[in-house]
Each structure stands twice: as C-alpha cells, then as structure tokens.
Write a protein that binds this ligand. Structure first.
Ligand code: FES
Ligand code: FES
Length: 164
C-alpha cells in the first residue's frame, strides 16, 4: 500500500491503496465519486471515461500510481451545476435510457468539443464509437453532440462574429 495524493474536480484527495489499483476503483470506493461507472474493466466500453488533463481517459485501466499531478475530472466535476453545454444538449435531446453508459458518453463528448468545438459528423462518429450503449441510444447521442457543438463558442471567436 502507498499514499497517493490526487487532484480531482479541483479538490485534493488522498488514498492509501496498492499502486496498481485502477483509478476507477479509487474514485468509486475510496472517494465516493460513483458517477464514473464500471462496464468491462478492459478499456473496451467507455463507461469509466474521465478526463485526465482534459483528455478522455479510461479509468478502469489507469493505475492510480500513473496519475501523479495530473488533473482528474469526473462527471461530478464537469460543471458545478450540471449545465455544461453537453449536459444541456443531453437534456434537450432526452438521450439516456437506463443511463448506465451516459457519464462516459458525456465525458467523451465534452473532451471532443474542448479540442474540436465544431467536429464534423464523421469526427463525432469516430470519437463516440468507442463508447458502447447497451440501450442503443446512439442516434440521440449523435444529435446531442451536434447540438452541443452548435451551442459552444470556438476559442478566439465571439458570439457576434460573422463568417464571410
Ligand atoms: S469499464 Fe473502462 S472501458 Fe469499460
Ligand atoms: S443508456 Fe443504457 S447503456 Fe446506454
């Protein structure tokens, strides 16, 4: 066992765990951040997706010892009030069915829009294809990511700027 100090959702946390413990279990079992879900445990479904320094990352295969000083964001920390543009779009499109995969879907979509605010349809599909949904909400996910991309302002642009 060893002590790990982690930066999660803007707060400091500390856990005394084995170095190879996946971050997913530290989040859920040590810190009570249970919005991040376990689906497969082998990086195949995306249910456990969190952000590591803003990049979508699968927490089920990330040993806690590899996190270091990286900033971790979970679904609980994506926005203070649940009104991130992706969350608003999810709400408008009524995306979830059972909901189990949805935190991972939202975190993957939010990371995509952060690095690419206006993704093409194929860029959306290429990114979201790794997040599985056993309820088959894929059509609504696509529509919600498109809607969220239209409501975010690309870096360097203003809402009133016009394209020529
Ligand atoms: S639980 Fe991590 S990818 Fe499936
Ligand atoms: S909404 Fe049920 S698994 Fe995706």
């Amino acid at each position: 066992m060893a002590i790990y100090k982690l930066q999660i959702n803007g707060r400091s946390y500390q856990a005394d765990v084995e170095p190879d413990t996946p971050l997913l279990w530290v989040l859920r079992d040590n810190f009570g951040l249970v919005g991040t879900k376990y689906g497969c445990g082998i990086a195949q479904c995306g249910a456990c997706t969190i952000h590591l320094n803003g990049e979508a990352t699968r927490a089920c295969v990330l040993p806690v010892s590899a996190v270091g000083k990286s900033k971790v964001t979970t679904i609980e920390g994506l926005s203070a009030t649940g009104n991130h543009p992706v969350q608003q779009a999810w709400d408008k499109m009524d995306v979830p069915q059972c909901g189990y995969c949805q935190a991972g879907q939202i975190m993957t979509a939010a990371a995509l829009l952060k690095r690419n605010p206006r993704p093409s349809q194929s860029e959306i599909d290429d990114t979201m294809t790794g997040n599985l949904c056993r309820c088959g909400t894929y059509h609504r996910i696509r529509e919600a990511v498109k809607l969220a991309s239209m409501s975010t302002t690309p870096a360097g642009a203003t809402k009133s700027s016009k394209t020529r």
